[in-house]
Design a protein around this ligand. Structure first.
Ligand code: COA
Length: 183
C-alpha cells in the first residue's frame, strides 16, 4: 500500500499502486456492487481506470484512492475526487466525488466516513470551489449518501448517457459548495 493520502478513524485512503487493479478486480467487482456502475468490469478496464487516476494525480494532485480498513488491513472500497470526465455531462471538468464500498462492509458508515475526509480535502487542500456527484434515481443508497453529506440535488445538471442502460437514465447530479460547508 502506498503512503496514505488521507486517514480517518477506521480507514486509510491511498493512491493506487501497480498491484491494486488486480486486487480491485477480485474484491470490488461483484454484480451487486457494480449494478449501477455498468456491471462487473474486466481487469483491463480497471487497469485503464487506474491509469487515468495516475494521470489525474500527476496533473491535478488528486484522484480516486484505495480504501483500506485499518483493523484488518483489507481493501474495503474505492473513492475519491476527480474531474467530471463523462463526455455527455454538461459540466465536464468540475470536481467530482465518488465511491464504492465492498458489499460485506455496507451500512457500517464507511462511505460516509471516507467521504467526509475527501470533502474536507477537496475544500481545504485542493481548494475546489464546489464538488458534484453523479448517480441515478435507481441507486437509492448513493443519492441518500449524497443527501447525508449535505449535498443539494441539481436537476439543471441531469443528462442522458447513451452508454447507460435505460433504467439508469437520466444520470442525476448533486453538488456541495464551500459556502454550504461553512468554509
Ligand atoms: C452507496 C455505497 C457506497 C454506500 O456505502 P456504505 O458504506 O454502505 O454507506 P454508509 O454506511 O456510509 O451510509 C451512509 C448513508 O448512506 C445512505 N445509504 C447507504 N446505503 C443505503 C441503502 N442501501 N439504502 C438507503 N440508504 C443508504 C444512508 O443515508 C446512510 O446513512 P444512515 O446509515 O445514517 O442511514 C454502497 O452501497 C456501494 O458501494 N454501492 C455500490 C457502488 C455504487 O453504487 N457506488 C455509487 C455510484 S454513484
Amino acid at each position: 500500500m502506498a503512503e496514505p493520502v488521507l486517514e480517518t478513524e477506521r480507514l486509510l485512503l491511498s493512491r493506487p499502486t501497480a498491484s491494486d487493479a488486480t486486487l480491485q478486480h477480485r474484491v470490488l467487482n461483484s454484480p451487486a456492487l457494480m449494478e449501477y456502475l455498468g456491471g462487473t468490469k474486466a481487469l483491463h478496464e480497471i487497469e485503464a481506470k487506474h491509469a487515468r487516476t495516475q494521470t489525474s494525480f500527476e496533473r491535478d494532485g488528486f484522484g480516486f484512492m484505495m480504501m483500506t480498513e485499518k483493523a484488518s488491513g483489507e481493501l474495503v472500497g474505492h473513492c475519491g475526487l476527480k474531474r467530471v470526465d463523462n463526455a455527455h455531462a454538461p459540466n465536464g471538468g468540475d470536481h467530482e466525488i465518488g465511491w464504492l464500498v465492498r458489499e460485506d462492509r455496507w451500512r457500517r458508515g464507511y462511505a460516509y466516513e471516507a467521504m467526509r475526509a475527501v470533502i474536507d480535502w477537496a475544500f481545504d487542500t485542493i481548494r475546489a470551489p464546489f464538488v458534484v456527484a453523479l448517480t441515478s434515481e435507481a441507486n437509492i443508497g448513493s443519492w441518500k449518501l449524497m443527501e447525508k453529506l449535505g449535498m443539494e440535488r441539481r436537476r439543471d445538471l441531469d443528462f442522458v448517457d447513451p452508454d447507460c442502460r435505460d433504467a439508469d437514465n437520466p444520470l442525476i447530479q448533486y453538488s456541495l459548495t464551500r459556502e454550504q460547508m461553512g468554509r
